[in-house]
Design a protein around this ligand. Structure first.
Ligand code: HEM
Length: 499
């Protein structure tokens, strides 16, 4: 504990039993009790108003389990920490124990091989496919949900719709696995859909790591579900790699992302990944590629439902681009600047990747800005091996960059180029490789939705919009950050209809 305090140069913060990202920290209940403190995985967003009273840095020093760490909410420091400096690397994480080393978690030396294999998959041809599939899946969804024949829907829980949509897009574009909206693929046991299995597999990673295999034979419905979920997800990933290999042996055409990854791996002898690493990458793309987009899509739809004026502005923009009544295409992607700003603002308020975690590879010196105008920076020396987290939520709520940070104001992004202040997709060499993929599917979904439907939030009797926001838009972190169950209603737009 004392060496932990030294490692973070006595920067003020939490002195706790477990660090937020250690295994016990995830298992035990969150508590800020001074004797039994466990800040919990979502402390950055929960405590965002009070975390940084003076300087833009806070420390977490556990006395039982987990590594000491500091968290910063400064863009200037993010550039040093997540940029190209060899002084920082990805933190060694326990997630590898469940899914294998992969492109998201690998440390610098191994990561380059993963990234070289993954990169060719993110091509214009792939983006074309993402748009086409998003369009087709949206249409299938509207028909299968029975919205086509209605002027307004009953209450729709948006979370399951957007996660299913994002999973359908990644399954189709990454693995060539298309399925009808009404009949998603089921697990071998037949009880759960692949979507259910992925939700459980991502939520229960800590249990999977600590529980020995015999535990799953105990008579518990919950444990049986966890076992079925992991077995299904592993079988799916393995079958995808095997199928790609077989296909590529007699068919040299490259089509979906998994084909391209397997081909890139086998084309270049120097960068070959072994089967476990390939499996890890398939999981990484599957999870990083649907959890993030699905969760933030719900938040953006909810924010547009709360802010009818902003929604109307987006609607008018869509009508002006699609004036002739034609369907949107990938060529229109940059023709919706206001919608683009709404997406940026949604990601700012509810960033799926709430933190960029790095580890100091040597002793590092930080000049930390003060939150109080006119007050001096603080010099801090962080010891080698200490966790250094870029607090994305903290940056996004830092009034130095975003005045009135809690407000949904898409217009604040006008004229701001992304690398300047937009940290939602990360920064530097490890920034999101799927950024354009995500922007395409989000734009396609929102253009089609807002063109045809007005989104309304479903209030309880007597509830105000502000109360709805406080009740529903509560961020929760399980691997990625998202909002709670979000009830909305869609009302079909008629010609000349506006708010
Ligand atoms: C709105 C949606 C998304 C958001 C907000 C998001 C955010 C991020 C962020 C912040 C990082 C950097 C993490 C770090 O530096 O520690 C990242 C990395 C990554 N993302 Fe995304 N992501 C999104 C969608 C996607 C999609 C759709 C895919 C794949 C199709 C994807 C694949 C990846 C991968 C593979 C990495 C690791 C890159 C590397 O380390 O080389 N992401 N993402």
């Amino acid at each position: 504990f004392l060496s932990g305090l030294k490692a973070v140069d006595n920067v003020p913060g939490f002195r706790c039993a477990f660090s937020a990202t250690s295994l016990p920290g995830l298992f035990f209940p969150t508590s800020l009790n001074t004797l039994w403190c466990n800040p919990g995985p979502d402390f950055l967003i929960r405590l965002r108003h009070s975390l940084y009273p003076v300087h833009e840095i806070v420390s977490v020093v556990p006395f039982l389990s987990g590594a000491p760490g500091v968290y910063v909410c400064s863009i200037e420091l993010m550039r040093q920490i997540a940029g190209y400096s060899p002084q920082y690397d990805k933190e060694h994480t326990f997630f590898d124990a469940a899914f294998g080393t992969n492109v998201v978690t690998a440390q610098r030396a191994g990561w380059k091989r993963h990234r070289r294999v993954i990169n060719p998959a993110f091509s214009h041809k792939m983006y074309d496919l993402v748009w086409k599939e998003s369009l087709a899946i949206f249409r299938d969804m509207v028909a299968a949900e029975g919205w086509e024949e209605r002027d307004s829907t009953s209450t729709v829980m948006m979370n399951s719709i957007t996660i299913k949509f994002a999973l359908a897009v990644i399954s189709s574009c990454a693995f060539g696995l298309t399925f009808p909206w009404a009949e998603p693929p089921k697990s071998e046991g037949g009880g759960m859909t692949l979507q259910d299995c992925l939700v459980i597999a991502t939520r229960d990673v800590p249990l999977r790591i600590v529980a020995p295999r015999w535990v799953y034979r105990l008579p518990s419905k919950y444990l049986k579900e966890v076992e079925e979920a992991f077995t299904t997800v592993f079988a799916f990933a393995k079958s995808q790699i095997a199928a790609r290999r077989e296909k590529l042996a007699d068919d040299k055409s490259k089509s979906n992302m998994c084909d391209l990854i397997v081909r890139a791996n086998e084309d270049d002898g120097k960068v070959k990944l072994n089967d476990d690493e390939m499996l890890g990458d398939v999981f990484a793309v599957l999870i990083a590629g649907h959890e993030t987009s699905g969760k933030v899509l719900t938040a953006i739809i909810a924010l547009l439902g709360l802010h009818q004026d902003e929604q109307e502005r987006v609607h008018q923009e869509i009508l002006s681009v699609l004036a002739s009544g034609r369907e949107p295409s990938l060529d229109d992607l940059d023709s919706f600047p206001y919608l683009h700003d709404c997406i940026m603002e949604g990601i700012r308020l509810f960033p799926p990747a709430d933190i960029l975690v790095r580890e100091a590879t040597e002793d590092v010196f930080l000049k930390v800005p003060s939150r109080i105008p006119g007050q001096r920076e603080r010099d801090v020396t962080i010891k080698k091996g200490t966790i250094v987290g870029v607090d994305v939520v903290g940056i996004n709520h830092n009034p130095r960059y975003f005045p009135d940070p809690e407000a949904f104001k898409p217009s604040r992004w006008k004229g701001i180029t992304e690398p300047d202040q937009f940290v939602g997709f990360g920064y530097g060499p490890r920034a999101c490789v799927g950024r354009k993929f995500a922007m395409i599917e989000l734009t396609c979904f929102l253009v089609l939705l807002i063109r045809d439907w007005r989104v309304e939030v479903v209030l309880k009797k007597g509830e105000s919009l502000q109360q709805w926001r406080e009740r529903i838009l509560v961020a929760k972190v399980d691997i990625t950050l998202g909002v709670g169950p979000t009830p909305i209603r869609l009302v079909r737009r008629k010609a000349g209809d506006s708010v």
